[in-house]
Structure formats: C-alpha cells, structure tokens
Design a binder for this molecule. Structure first.
Ligand code: F6R
Length: 615
C-alpha cells in the first residue's frame, strides 16, 4: 500500500526521497509525489503513474534543492488515481504539507465543517481534509505543529501513518501512526521517515519503529521526542540496530525480485530451520513454542487466521497439524473472521500468519481473538512488524525481505515454521512414533537441497510457459496436502499474468469445473507419488478424455502420469506432508515465465499491494 519517505538533514532531500520511493515500489501504488522546501518556497510535483514518471516530471517542473522533503507512493482508496489526488497535499494557507497512508473514516463530517469555515478542497482525498484540519486547529489555538497534529489526530477516526511539515519551520517533521507502519531512521544530524526501513538502510542502521497511537517530533539538532497521541505522555525512543543490509533489498543480478526470491528458497528455508531443527539429536527447539508448550498441548483447537498466500500456508498447516499432532484445526480468512462474530474460547490457540506482519485484516482478527481470551501466536517474516508485536508469542520465518508483490519464499518458509511446530507438538503429545519423528526431521533437513533440485526445472517451466502464455483460463488441481498448492498455483498465475485461474481439490472437479474442460483449457495437476496417487491418475484420465491439456508436477521417475500428460515437470521425492515445499516451486516458475512472456509487471502487478494495510 502507500509508501512514505521523508528526510531532514544535511543532504539534498530529493535523491534520498526518490531512491526511497523506488525501494517502496513493491508495496504497490498508482501515483507518486514529492515536496521539498528550498529555502524560499515549497516545490511540489506529483503525478499518476510510476516513480520514474514522477522523476521525469519533477525534473522538468521544480527545482530539486532542499534538505527537507517528503515523498509518497499512493494506492488509491478515496478518489481515483490521478495527479490531483496524489500526495503530498498542501493546506489552504500553502504552509503545511502532508503525506498519508491509511484511511480517515470520518473525513466527510470533518470536511463539511472545514468547508463551513471557508476551506476549499481540490482533491477527493481524505488526506487533504486532514492537512487542513491540522491547519485549522493550529490557527485556532495558535499551536505549534506537533501539538496541532496531536489535537487533529484525536478528532480523526481511522488508520494512518503520516509525515507533515510546515514551510515556516523547515527544521521539523512530525510523524504519527495508527494502524499503518512507520519507521524513523536516526542518522548523524539527519533523520528519515519511511513506511519501512528499506529507504534509509544505506544511510543508517539505527531505527525507531513507532507504535500505534504514537507521534514523533523530529527536529534537527534537537532530541527526538515521541509522545502518545491520546494523552501526551512522553515515550522513551527505543532505537533498534537493523540487521537488514542493502544487498538483501537489491535484485542481485536477477531480472526481477520475484525470480530472485524464488531462487532464494533453498537458503531461506535453511535459515528458517537453523537453530531450531536438530535432526541428529532428534530435537526441535523453538523458544516461542517451548515457553508456551502447555497452551498448545491443552488447546481444544487451533484456529489459523491469515490472508492470501499466507492463508494457503495455513491450509497446508491444517493438514499437517491434524495429521501429526491430532489437534483440530480451522483455517479462516482474517477478513471474514473479524466480521462474523466468531466463537473463540480461551482454550483456543490462534496462529496468525503474515509475511509483512502489517495486514490490516489479520491484525484486527488478532485483536478480536485476544479480546475473547485466546492465546495468539504469530508467524511473521518482518521483524518488529505490527503483528509480531500484537501477538503473545511467535516465530519469525527468517525469509529476508520479500520485495516481489507475489509471495514465494514467504509461503515455503511459513510452511517450514508451521511444520516444525506441528512436529514439536506431535513429539510432546506422543501422537507420532519416534521413528517417524526422526524420519521427518531428517527429511525436512534435506528439503533445501531438494528445492534446489526442483529449481532445475526452470527451463522446462519456461518451455511450457511459452505454450500456454496466451491461454485465457487455467485450472489447478491437487489432492490432500497439495490441494492448497493448487490454490496457491492459481493465485500466482492470476495475480502476475492476469490469466483467470482457479484452484480446486482434484476430486471436486466432477462437481463443476469439469464442465470447463476442452482442448483449450490448460490443467495444471499436482500429482506427486503420494497417498491417493491412483485417484489423481483417474482425475487425469477424466481430463484427458475431455481433451484438456495436462501439465503435471510429478515425482522423478513417474511413468503412469507421464504416459497421460501433455507435459510433466519432475521434482524429487519426499514424504507427503513435506511435498508442498517442492511441488510449489515449478508452479512459481511457470507463473513467473508466463507473466514475463506476457510482458506483465511481474514485481508490481496492477492493483496489488505488498502490504495490505487497509481493510
Ligand atoms: C499473494 C500475496 C498476498 C499476500 C496477502 C497476505 O502472492 O502476496 O495474497 O499473501 O496479502 O499478506 P501477508 O502475508 O503480508 O499478511
């Protein structure tokens, strides 16, 4: 979703902001803008389109000098994506400028009131209302900027991360958050404000993550102040040393972040289990689980809440937890859960899965589950994210920054963490015998090697992609552990190549989707040699007899499916429960190549955002 970058210090602000906005492009956006103060006046440039469009425009229409500025990438919520609705927004006096991520829900009554007082609005945005509200409050009570922002925010209902400055006091930026992330980079005689740390990592590794309902008053050569927005309490700034480095957030020779991230999977899966999986000793050590083991063991059920790809990882986990640990599991879309008056009991353990740790619906579902007394465990990738802080305990996936909008390594590392948890619970509950437990530990340890082997199917995937790149529709089928992989395969294809795709349990095909099958329908079938293999072979026969085109992901050495399918992609053998970690790889590669061949924007697909911070 929207991205914020602000700078105040001794450098030229413009290059810092533009580079920073480019680093935030992965979040998804439809317009971009920047405002600088050059010592005499505000210099504002904004446009619908990409940051590169903004650069082209800004370089023509404004002077690019100034050591204070704020920039923004906007993902439209109120008002269509166009130049006028783009941020930054300027107050009526022309003094205050703001960038905002989030939604001000009560903007209409506030706007009406401001219009009555003579304010004029140029855009359809809630953000323009907020900057004028701050101006009005400031003027009425002759307040300093920080105080005016605080008073205004106390009148606002909704979610926000904002950065504001006043051209009359160009040595100060005020930033605040509620429900949308905001980090402050603390350098020597300079400060950065950004939606995440990637825009400032090359300048400083010292960061402060604002908590919800906190605001920061950032002044040059003065101590940074953080206050609670509601009651004005001063908060001691907690400066963290970031572990992230620049290399991790660059493409490293790959054409796209998505491809880089697909190829990172062998190493990041290893990072995920490093220090946790001890195959030789027959041990799993996860602090978050050990500290709360009794809660898991006493749980009447596990409720998994997530969205999108993370929800698919949750579905895989449902199969694994029930099989290994014999604990009933329900998997819920966070967006449905939070609004359907769900029954949550104190004896439930809730697992929230989120790559970004910022997904608004997941965050709200966590709060709801906590209110109802459940113990909530987070599986997140982004360290220090809102979800990782809102949950009672958790386990990080350690996948490193995922920049491509389409989740790849997040999915496989989430499954890795969830498998480790399920195995530990199975061991503690005695629901798995010792030899199976040891076998799984050993197999899991071999997964990175096997993922690397699965990545060798890249050329085959590319060849198959060339055959089906123009298909208008596609069907993905899988059974058991690989049913969620079918859903994930379909999601990957539709989100980056815009081909309509559906994932189904293979056996459900006869209850509807079979009607779609003809010679123009590619059917991607996940058919490794596992339980019910013969059933999936029958499904393949049914498709073949209706002239569907069959692209099958099979276990190396398979002969039966090979004889029926139009194309096969071979992956190494593993146990059924771990197979999603391998079967998903060729599907990621297929989607990637199809999208590239269709000339789609692989890393930033239209309308999508990496971090969905609005509901
Ligand atoms: C799909 C994708 C999305 C996310 C979803 C949840 O490739 O990336 O479906 O999985 O928006 O995001 P997180 O995991 O950050 O909560």
């Amino acid at each position: 979703m929207c991205g914020i970058v602000g700078y105040i210090g001794h450098r030229e602000a413009y290059p810092v902001i533009i580079k920073g906005l480019k680093r935030l492009e992965y979040r998804g956006y439809d317009s971009a803008g920047v405002v600088l103060y050059d010592g005499t006046d505000l210099k504002l440039s904004k446009t619908k389109g990409k940051v590169s469009d903004l650069e082209a425009r800004a370089e023509k229409e404004i002077s690019l000098n100034g050591s204070i500025g704020i920039g923004h990438t906007r993902w439209a919520t109120h008002g269509v994506p166009n130049d006028v609705n783009s941020h930054p927004h300027v107050s009526n006096s022309g003094n205050l400028v703001i960038v905002h991520n989030g939604i001000i829900e009560n903007y209409e009554p506030l706007k009406k009131e401001l219009i009555k007082r003579g304010y004029v609005f140029h855009s359809d945005t809630d953000t323009e209302v907020l900057v004028n509200l701050i101006e009005e409050v400031k003027k009425q009570d002759n307040l300093k900027l920080g105080k005016a922002v605080q008073v205004a925010l106390n009148q606002v209902v909704g979610a926000y991360a904002i950065a504001v400055f006043d051209k009359e006091r160009p040595n100060e930026i005020v930033a605040a958050r509620l429900g949308s992330p905001l980090a402050i980079g603390v350098g020597k005689d300079e400060f950065f404000v950004a939606s995440d740390a990637s825009p400032f990592i090359e300048y400083t590794s010292n960061a402060i993550y604002l908590e919800d309902e906190e605001m920061a008053i950032i002044r040059l050569h003065k101590p940074l102040k953080i206050r609670k927005i509601k009651d004005d309490t001063l908060v001691d700034p907690y400066i963290q040393e970031l572990q992230m480095n620049l290399e991790q957030i660059e493409k490293g020779g790959y054409d796209h972040f998505m491809l880089k991230e697909i190829y990172e999977q062998p190493s990041v899966i290893k990072d995920t289990y490093r220090g946790r999986l001890h195959a030789n000793e027959g041990l799993i050590k996860m602090a978050g689980i050990e500290d709360n083991l009794q809660k898991f063991l006493n749980a009447d059920r596990i409720l998994i809440i997530a969205c999108g790809t993370s929800w698919h990882a949750g579905l895989v986990a449902e199969y694994i937890f029930e099989e290994f640990a014999r604990i009933p599991v329900e998997v819920e879309y966070a967006s449905e859960f939070r609004y359907r008056n769900p029954i949550v009991r104190p004896t439930d353990v809730v697992i929230a899965i989120s790559q970004s740790g910022e997904t608004a619906d997941t965050l709200a579902a966590i709060k709801l589950a906590k209110e109802q007394g459940a113990f909530v465990f987070g599986v997140c990738n982004v360290v220090g994210s809102s979800i990782s802080r809102e949950t009672h305990a958790g386990a990080y996936t350690h996948a490193g920054p995922e920049i491509g909008v389409a989740s790849t390594k997040a999915f496989t590392t989430q499954i890795t963490v969830l498998t480790l948890i399920a195995l530990r619970l199975a061991q503690a509950k005695g629901t798995m015998n010792n030899s199976d437990f040891h076998r799984y530990l050993q197999e899991l340890e071999l997964i990175p090697e096997k993922v690397a082997e699965a990545l060798e199917t890249n050329l085959v995937a590319q060849t198959i992609a060339a055959v089906y790149k123009d298909a208008p529709n596609a069907l993905y089928l899988g059974r058991g552990y690989n049913f969620p992989v079918a859903l994930e395969g379909a999601l990957k294809l539709k989100e980056i190549s815009y081909i309509h795709a559906e994932g189904y349990p293979a056996a459900e095909m006869k209850h509807g989707p079979i009607a779609l099958i003809d010679e123009s329908m590619p059917v991607f079938i996940i058919a490794p040699q596992q339980e019910h293999y013969d059933k999936i072979v029958s499904n393949i026969q049914e498709i073949k007899s209706r002239s569907g085109k069959i692209i099958a992901v099979v276990t190396k050495g398979d002969t039966q499916v090979k004889a029926l399918a139009d194309h096969v992609i071979e992956i190494p053998a593993t146990s059924d429960a771990l197979s999603p970690l391998l079967t998903t790889i060729p599907l990621q590669l297929l989607s990637y190549h199809i999208a590239v061949m269709r000339e789609c924007n692989v890393d930033q697909p239209r309308n999508l955002a990496k971090s969905v911070t609005v509901e």
